[in-house]
Design a protein around this ligand. Structure first.
Ligand code: PLP
Length: 407
């Protein structure tokens, strides 16, 4: 393991070293997507320059090499999440596709008329709309765990929502719009006591803390590679084998079949049953490179460093007059969502951009969260492994300039 050295880490990310409107880039939009280290870019490029080939179907040398590399990547993800077996790791395009897969496949088999699905009030649209659609299709009902003024889930209310009609609970590990870390252990324990499976949307969670799916005992866990320093277009669905075995295929075609006749098709074993068509081999290899990169630095070191930067950002932003931070909880990571009194977030974001500071503004694909707090949107600063306390000072300076301009 290398010693954590922020300057060396920053050198690993080529996109960090550019100027925006003549100012050094301060990238504070990692919750939308992270920048990629050179090793990830090289891994993708190497695949296309050498073993580029389709997997699982060729007898030739390159195809076998590509198949080995693809399955090694699956194994690396399995170890990273501590899944029980690599067949419990399904490669998808990202969190959105993973949740759609579960909602429609699990829903097809296990959700019926008058059944209920529970999500929380602070979910990304990706963890609302697929459930809403399957509920509509089946005549089932979507129930919502409310949050308190700080954006924290009200567990007593969650317990009241559970009934013998509840078929699944699906909540975010960390909210992308507030940065709140939900008490997923408690949610899983309560749900399991009632015999209900739980899906965790880990798009933001797996980036900021170690995930051990066996210890968590969640039934499903989803994440996107591109938020974990890996390429876009690759994601993961972890599912317990017992569920995946019972769930019908989500998409159909090549790869996912065992045999096809015009009379009947039988399906492939896990994980291939859920991977119809040619998979995204290059980006799975890129995801493996990202995981290896993070592990070579040391996950605990990374989380500790990020916590320091996050604490510093929270403190310094809170000190700005007229600052309104959404989600004032001590259980937070990675994301600070805020507004400046009497300044539209979009106006602030545009000025910040001119000053080289990349943040996101708007509802962050979480319109119901904004509705809960009676606002249209926020400015969101989100942090990655490469951000520094000096960059927090640049953000604060830029926000003070915004205030000056609009004050
Ligand atoms: N869930 C959460 C909590 C997210 O933050 C995001 C993306 O921002 C998603 C789901 C959707 O991820 P993707 O667009 O990579 O599929």
């Amino acid at each position: 393991m290398l010693k954590f050295n922020i300057q060396n880490i920053r050198k690993d990310f080529p996109a960090l070293h550019q100027e925006i409107y003549g100012k050094p880039l301060v990238y504070l939009d990692s919750a939308a997507t992270t920048l990629k280290p050179q090793v990830v870019i090289d891994a993708i490029s190497n695949y296309y320059s050498t073993i580029n080939s389709n997997v699982h179907r060729g007898v030739h040398y390159l195809s076998q090499q590509a198949t080995d590399a693809f399955e090694n990547a699956r194994n690396t993800v399995k170890d990273f999440m501590n899944a029980g077996a690599s067949k419990e790791i399904i490669f998808t395009k990202g969190t959105t596709e993973s949740i759609n897969l579960i909602a429609f496949s699990f829903g097809k088999k296990f959700i019926g008329k008058n059944d209920e699905v529970i999500v929380s009030a602070i979910e990304h649209h990706a963890n609302i709309v697929p459930w809403q659609m399957i509920c509509e299709e089946k005549g089932a009902r979507l129930k919502v765990i409310p949050v308190n003024e700080n954006g924290e889930l009200i567990i007593d209310e969650f317990e009241k929502l559970i009934s013998d009609k509840t078929k699944i609970v699906s909540v975010a590990h960390i909210s992308n719009s507030l940065g709140i870390r939900n008490p997923i252990e408690e949610i899983i324990e309560i749900s399991h006591k009632n015999g209900i499976p739980v899906m965790i949307d880990g798009a933001q969670g797996i980036v900021h803390e170690k995930v051990d799916v066996q210890e968590l005992d969640c039934d499903f866990y989803c994440f996107s590679g591109h938020k974990l320093y890996a390429p876009m277009g690759i994601g993961v669905l972890y599912g317990k084998e017992k569920w995946l075995n019972e769930m019908p295929p989500y998409q159909t075609g090549g790869e996912m079949i065992q045999s096809v006749t015009f009379e009947k098709t039988t399906f492939n074993k896990l994980p291939f049953k859920f991977e119809a068509g040619t998979p995204n081999v290059a980006d799975a290899i890129g995801l493996e490179a990202a995981i290896n990169y993070l592990q070579s630095i040391g996950l605990e070191e990374i989380y500790k460093y990020e916590k320091g930067v996050f604490g510093c950002a929270t403190k310094k932003l809170s000190e700005i007059p007229g600052m309104e931070i959404l989600g004032n909880s001590s259980f937070k990571a990675g994301v600070i969502s805020f507004n400046l009194e009497n300044i539209h977030p979009y106006d602030a974001g545009t000025i910040l951009d001119r000053l080289g500071v990349a943040v996101r503004t708007g509802n962050h694909c979480a319109q119901p969260t904004m509705d809960r707090f009676g606002i249209h949107g926020t400015i969101r600063a989100s942090f990655g492994i490469y951000n520094t306390k000096e960059e927090i000072d640049l953000l604060v300076g830029a926000l003070l300039k915004v205030k000056e301009m609009f004050g």
